[in-house]
Design a protein around this ligand. Structure first.
Ligand code: ADP
Ligand code: MG
Ligand code: MG
Length: 259
């Protein structure tokens, strides 16, 4: 049982410090709790700060935390290095979006698994697990020998992210726009991968999305509407249907958001 708790989180970007004239407050007091076994959808218009939330939890150096707390099972996440966050069981789907020249998917995954578990996974079972998960995501086995993210299509990047999640077995997974750029078949395949992790039990999922489309495949327990740097409404899956029909206009009005 794990719990990720975000309390009154404030984050700035731009300039070289939060007091720099170019600095801009993006997150304005985010409160959110994600427990094992729960799936939360964060939905909001473009530019509302959803990715900033994900990057801040990931520990991206561009984002300055100016207030609030993030804890995982009571441990201060904001004090952890990026590696420590991964070892603590946090998985962030945008954590490795960069190309890693000369490092194959296969080596990358094994190195990541070793770093997280503190010892190298047994080769025989590992090779079998990688094969099984790749086949579950309908990935060509040859993909394992390609260099990480080098020339990957949008769909391949997303499958690779979910492959990492399947193999690294995090306690809390944050998936930022995993649905973007996927055709219907790829969306279903990627969603089924996420659902396998949910079915296995203990994972908590924070699914960040602009569109309700992915929620037809991954049914959230909770939906949070995110506008102008904070959660403005919370509900169950029915809230996603309301957004599908009515859009974000009702929330954006009067929030200061222009998009
Ligand atoms: P979303 O993911 O909801 O579309 P983002 O978190 O990407 O929103 O962006 C929120 C706001 O923060 C936008 O106005 C964006 O331009 C700004 N922003 C995000 N990252 C940076 C950055 N590194 N430098 C400057 N502005 C940024
Ligand atoms: Mg965006
Ligand atoms: Mg975004």
């Amino acid at each position: 049982m794990s719990v990720l708790e975000i309390r009154d989180l404030h984050v700035s970007v731009g300039g070289d410090s939060p007091t720099h004239p170019d600095a801009k407050e993006i997150l304005r007091g985010v409160d959110l709790t994600v427990r094992s076994g729960e799936t939360h959808a964060i939905m909001g218009p473009n530019g509302s700060g959803k990715s900033t939330l994900a990057y801040s939890i990931a520990g991206h150096p561009k984002y300055t935390i100016t207030g609030g707390t993030v804890t995982l099972d009571g441990e201060d996440v904001l004090e952890m290095s990026v590696d420590e966050r991964a070892r603590a069981g946090l998985f962030l789907a945008m954590q490795y979006p960069v190309e890693v020249p000369g490092v194959s998917v296969s080596n990358f995954l094994r190195t990541a698994a070793t770093a997280i578990k503190g010892e190298a996974p047994k080769l025989r079972t590992w090779v079998k697990d990688v094969k099984t998960e790749m086949s579950g995501l309908e990935m060509d086995p040859a993909f394992a020998e390609r260099n990480v993210n080098e020339g990957f299509s949008g769909g391949e990047k997303k499958r690779h992210e979910i492959l990492q999640m399947r193999l690294l077995k995090p306690r809390i997974a944050i998936l930022d726009e995993t649905d973007s750029g996927l055709d219907v078949d790829a969306l279903r395949i990627v969603s089924e991968g996420v659902n396998r992790s949910r079915a296995e039990g203990d994972i908590g999922v924070l699914l960040i999305t602009h569109y309700t489309r992915i929620l037809r495949y991954i049914k959230p327990d909770f939906v949070h509407v995110f506008v102008n740097g904070k959660v403005v409404e919370e509900g169950g899956p029915e809230l996603a249907e309301k957004l599908e029909n009515e859009g974000y206009a009702a929330y954006v009005k009067g929030s200061g958001e222009t998009a």
